[in-house]
Ligand binder design. Structure first.
Ligand code: KG4
Ligand code: ZN
Length: 363
């Protein structure tokens, strides 16, 4: 046993006897450099997010090389601020957690390497966390009483999944996108509407001024009984509608187009996830949560809340601060793992295509 492994063993024993467990969490999977200190998996002592949005705006999307460089430049100060705002030193922490996938490999590696270095230097347990599990765990920060099992729609830039959260370690996939993720569809349509990056929130803003019933985009696949999604056809239909109008010299109201597109996506997400929850037995059939960057979309939150209420299902969604990428949710997701003593070795790698089901292995 190495000196580091001995220190971790001692810490794990000490954590069981302590009244509170404090985790420093780090997130660098995409274009936010974030660090947070979380107590007992639910209480946010600090939550620092440095967004790279201005760096990527000129390119209309995230440039991986620029993202990695900026993470390297900012991670030290972001972590320092998270500790300062929590009023804690490294020695007062119980573990270091970090997103190790899915995400951009170069961006993930910055957080993973930094977290390993801190854990080794401070003799603290090291925990790798799945980014999708973190988005789901954002709900625990807003609803400290919420516990699995529940059904959850995860809609982000890279994922659209309907999942039953059986426990902190076990996830059962009910449905997923066959092509674009919901956030990706928002981003691509925003781009053709001439909106700046990041597309999703800018499209939502434009949609507020438009008529959601002006245009209809049929989607045969999504009208079926299954729980899988397909958004690529809808995205193409919007793009074609815009191009056809431009070629014919026909005036088209971009706000109406944005509102109609948003309504189409929102209705599909809300309808399928409520139907998926209803099909579950026990508590997972009575509770539906929302997670991922697209959960910041007000139209989606409202549509899900309304449909869930009609079906007699309780609805949960994270506070806005925890919807898009942040490290508070990483600390929340890591807490269960720490309490089970499931630490990771310092040889843990960044895994760009890490799936949520990998998380279930061995559970
Ligand atoms: O979870 P997230 O911050 O990063 C990933 O893990 O992908 O999600 C980012 C995605 C982007 O596609 C962004 O456009 C979308 O979430 N998004 C939104 C809104 N805010 C963020 N989509 C629609 N409406 C929003 N208000
Ligand atoms: Zn995310």
């Amino acid at each position: 046993m190495t000196e580091y492994e001995r220190a971790v063993e001692q810490k794990l024993q000490a954590v069981k006897a302590k009244p509170h467990a404090r985790i420093l969490a780090i997130e660098t999977s995409c274009d936010e450099t974030a660090a947070a200190v979380i107590e007992d998996g639910r209480r946010v002592l600090s939550n620092v997010v440095h967004t790279q949005i201005p760096l990527h705006v000129p390119y209309g999307g995230v440039v991986p090389e620029i993202a990695s460089r900026s993470h390297v430049q900012k991670i030290g100060s972001v972590v320092r601020r998270a500790l300062e705002e929590a009023g804690l030193s490294l020695a007062e922490l119980d573990a270091i957690a970090v997103t190790n996938g899915p995400g951009l490999v170069g961006a993930l590696l910055v957080g993973v390497s930094y977290a390993k270095g801190l854990a080794y230097a401070a003799g603290l347990p090291f925990l790798g966390v799945n980014h999708i599990a973190s988005h789901i765990a954002a709900n625990y920060l807003s609803y400290p009483e919420l516990e699995p099992p529940f059904t959850c729609l995860v809609a982000s830039g890279g994922h659209s999944h309907i999942i039953v959260v059986e426990s902190g370690e076990r996830y059962r996939l009910l449905g997923r996108t066959r092509d674009d993720a919901a956030g990706e569809a928002f981003d691509k349509v925003a781009r053709v509407l001439g909106l700046p990056y990041p597309g999703g929130p800018n499209l939502e803003k434009l949609a507020k001024e438009g008529d959601p019933k002006k245009y209809r985009f049929h989607s045969a696949f999504n009208e079926g009984d299954g729980f899988d999604f397909s958004f690529s056809g809808i995205k193409t239909a919007v793009v074609n509608r815009l191009h056809n109008a431009e070629q014919a010299g026909e005036a088209i109201d971009r706000a109406d187009l944005a509102a109609s597109f948003q309504k189409t996506i929102v209705d599909i997400l809300a309808e399928k996830s409520v139907r998926a929850a209803k099909a579950q037995e026990g508590l997972a059939g009575e509770r539906l949560a929302l997670a991922g960057g697209v959960s910041a979309n007000r139209a989606l939150r409202e549509a899900m809340e309304t449909r869930a209420a009609k079906a007699g299902i309780a609805f949960y969604c994270p506070a806005f601060a925890y919807c898009t990428d942040n490290a508070a949710m990483v600390g929340s997701a890591a807490y269960g793992k720490l309490m089970l003593g499931e630490t990771d070795s310092l040889s843990l790698n960044a895994v760009p295509y890490l799936s949520i089901e990998d998380q279930s292995q061995g559970a």
